[in-house]
Design a protein around this ligand. Structure first.
Ligand code: ME8
Length: 518
């Protein structure tokens, strides 16, 4: 077993009833950034993503398209896998809930919950939203102007009445409330915690956890006429992927309980109420944190297939580049809040933050080393107060970034890095090494070394958000692959003099409007 601290992080598993949209890619990118950050910071990381392939929604979508559910999966799951590839995700596993390992695991957790006495048979009569795959109490629903009854997420609900197995969720109300109170970091951000706490305080009903009217799902052990409620099976994916029901499996021992389940705010109830209760019932620990991120809007409007403004993540990646998109969403949207995006906003970030602030600084300073110092990293002379100050700022980025990332405040981590980039630009302009070339070449060399060292530190720190561009940047300052971890940041590992740098090339392309480019 590794001596490193362990860190297990997951995305939600998406319904492949359609192709991935930018909301899916956003969640995946953010989770990947956190996973990469932790890996570079010395953790033994496990990062899981995948697809949620059962349920009525999948079945109905397939039927409408004249397909079997498996045919629908064959069409769409490869798109989710392509999204993982395209956006350069560093996941260790991709789980599909139709896999045999997952059937075994879901049936095992069911049996554990039944053995605890938490499952009983009765009749369900109430509202169900197929779109949310969720049961709602009558007082959570409303009638719209057309007389259609809607659930709290605004999706239509239908009346369901059938024999069903129930989970004794009501028995876990006090334990859940105590857990939230004792672990204020369990549900993040705070608005989500308040929402869940007030829902649970309002009283929990037992939960219907099986259906008999269709068969696209995992059969209930010992009573195959019943199919498990899709959320019982979906949530279990997080432990299936660690080898459950083998609680002695190496992965399970190392990585359960999960450190963070990253999910969207619409599915917080399933993760912060049902999931801990299922786990306790099965004799397992609840996850340490559930982080509910916000929703992405297209120019302030909710993406919807009927409005025709669903953004294809593959198009965005092709238009702007994968790293620019990763950077844009993680910098622009406060993680945990809703966010909006537009072509103008993406271009502004690409050109200002990436091409100008970071790209130009690297290009200008490194090409001076190339032209004036034969491309060899110079030995710095005595450091001035200004050199010391910018190096101290660069050295301070790691602590600030770590602190931000403890609370998944990805945007704060990036703000901290770009504050240093901005300061490095002011430093470079004020020191004007080009003017020192004739008057004081030794001082010029010191300024260039200092700037290159700041670029090294920034390059190391931006790997989680822009893995490919950061690698190129680090190549430009000749940092070997095994010297790119966060343990190389700070005064103990300065850029060594004497290394030969490659001829600098642009790392962050400026976005030029196609009509202007023509
Ligand atoms: O909910 N912006 O799947 P899903 C940001 N299968 N995030 C968004 C979004 C948007 N516009 N739209 C959706 C499910 N998401 C279940 C999860 S987990 C055991 C089972 C997020 O395909 C959404 O909040 O509807 C969720 O976290 C993820 O995308 C998958 O959504």
């Amino acid at each position: 077993m590794s001596a490193k601290p362990h860190f297990y992080i997951t995305t939600a598993i998406a319904y492949p009833n359609g192709v991935p949209h930018m909301g899916h890619a956003y969640e995946a990118i953010a989770t990947d950034c956190i996973a990469r950050f932790k890996r570079l910071d010395g953790y033994d990381v496990r990062f899981l993503t995948g697809t949620d392939e059962h349920g009525i929604k999948m079945l109905q979508t397939a039927q409408k398209a004249g397909l079997t559910p498996r045919e629908l999966l064959e069409r769409n799951v490869p798109r989710f896998k392509a999204m993982v590839e395209t956006f350069n995700l560093s996941n260790d596993d991709f789980i599909r809930t139709t896999e045999a390992r997952h059937h075994a695991s879901s049936q095992a957790i069911w049996e554990k919950m039944a053995a605890r006495g938490d499952i009983y048979k009765s009749t369900y009569a109430g509202w169900y939203s197929v779109r949310d795959e969720a049961y709602y109490a009558e007082d959570e629903t409303t009638l719209n102007e057309q007389g259609v009854r809607l659930g709290p997420q605004g999706t239509p609900v239908e009346w369901v009445e059938e024999e069903s197995y129930f989970f004794r969720l009501s028995a876990y109300q006090d334990r859940l409330l105590a857990y939230y109170a004792e672990n204020p970091g369990f549900i993040m951000p705070e608005a989500r915690r308040n929402e869940v706490t007030s829902f649970v305080s309002g009283g929990l009903q037992d939960l219907s956890i099986s259906r008999t009217t269709f068969d696209w799902g995992i059969p209930v052990p010992g009573d195959p006429k019943h199919i498990m409620y899709v959320w019982v099976d979906a949530l279990t994916n997080y432990i299936t992927a660690l080898g459950y029901p083998d609680e002695g499996a190496d992965l399970f021992k190392r990585f359960w309980p999960a450190d963070v389940h990253v999910i969207g705010k619409d599915i917080i109830r399933f993760h912060a109420v049902y999931w801990p209760a299922f786990l306790w019932s099965a004799g397992l620990e609840p996850p340490r944190r559930v982080f509910g991120h916000g929703f992405l809007f297209n120019r302030g409007e909710k993406m919807s297939k009927s409005v025709g403004n669903v953004i294809d993540p593959f198009d965005l990646a092709a238009t702007y580049g994968v790293d620019a998109i990763r950077y844009f969403f993680l910098r622009e949207v406060s993680f945990g809040q809703d966010g909006s995006y537009s072509h103008e906003a993406i271009v502004a970030r690409m050109n200002a933050d990436l091409a100008n602030d970071l790209g130009n600084l690297a290009q200008r300073s490194l090409s001076m080393i190339s032209k004036n110092l034969d491309g060899v990293v110079p030995e710095p002379g005595p450091l001035s107060a200004e050199d010391e100050a910018i190096l101290a700022l660069a050295d301070g980025m790691l602590e600030k970034s770590r602190e931000a990332m403890e609370g998944q405040a990805i945007h704060h981590y990036l703000n901290a890095v770009w504050a240093v980039v901005a300061e490095a630009n002011r430093y470079f302009a004020a020191q004007a090494p080009w003017a020192l070339r004739k008057t004081d070449p030794a001082r010029m060399a010191t300024v260039l070394w200092t700037t290159a060292e700041v670029i090294r530190e920034v390059g190391i720190l931006v790997q989680p958000v822009m893995p490919e561009s950061a690698a190129k940047l680090l190549d430009l300052v000749a940092v070997p692959a095994d010297e790119r971890g966060f343990d190389r940041l700070g005064a103990g590992h300065r850029l060594p003099a004497g290394r030969t740098l490659p001829t600098p090339v642009g790392v962050f392309p400026r976005y030029v409007e196609p009509e202007t480019a023509a």
